[in-house]
Design a protein around this ligand. Sequence first.
Ligand code: SF4
Ligand code: SF4
Length: 259
Amino acid sequence: MEVIKLKQWIRNLICDYIKNYEQRDDIKTEWKEAVVGFADADDKLFLKLKKAVSPTHAAPGDFLKHARTVICFFIPFADWVSESNVKGKYSSREWARAYVETNALIDDMNRHIKKELEKMNFQAALIPATHNFDEENLKSDWSHRHAAYIAGVGTFGINNMLITEKGCCGRVGSLITNLEMEATKRGNKENCLNKAGGSCSVCAERCVNNSLSVDFFDRHKCYSLLLENDDLYSEMGLTDACGKCCVALPCSFVNPNSD
Ligand code: SF4
Ligand code: SF4
């Protein structure tokens, strides 16, 4: 298959899978069309993650011998999911459910993409959508968000979320394959208004637990609130989410620094 067609094939696999998943009787969340990007597995930025995220942060080749490409995607929640989470200290039921259902969607979809790649004699390595982090320092050995940044899916906001062309309200996933594909070109602009030189700090002002400011993030304090939400929705599975610093922002649904 030609390179362009391969990329479109992967994009279609992702978008069709999400559309079909949404139709399931047991799924309540709705999603908008995913933003998809491709990173060169040998991109030097993967090595830099050891400094930026954690000394134990893995490179694609640690998961898959002869890794060539990291397929990354951002799956935006439907607007009503994000709007449900604007008020109150604790996560809305809709947001907590979207977190659980999207993590399951990503894990199921990645298994599906792996099978499709194997039909073409390629391999893929899967990393869980979440909870692959060190419990002490709360840092992950594989950051889907950083991989997606390298794949040109978006840039980081002050709220530590990836701001894509479809905003930051959603979940990010990735998988590694030995199928070679042309890498997506990263833009040269910050999508976050503050990082682009403006004075925006709406996300920090929205933090419900004094964990986030423009130049400081208290990971442990933030996590303590996520665990309170997990207790609140214990019947749903692991709902260690909050999202108050993602909603009602200039970057919730769009890239606010787009041309
Ligand atoms: S609310 Fe403003 S400062 Fe915060 S991530 Fe979005 S654009 Fe950046
Ligand atoms: S997830 Fe919640 S507690 Fe953590 S920084 Fe955002 S608003 Fe604050």
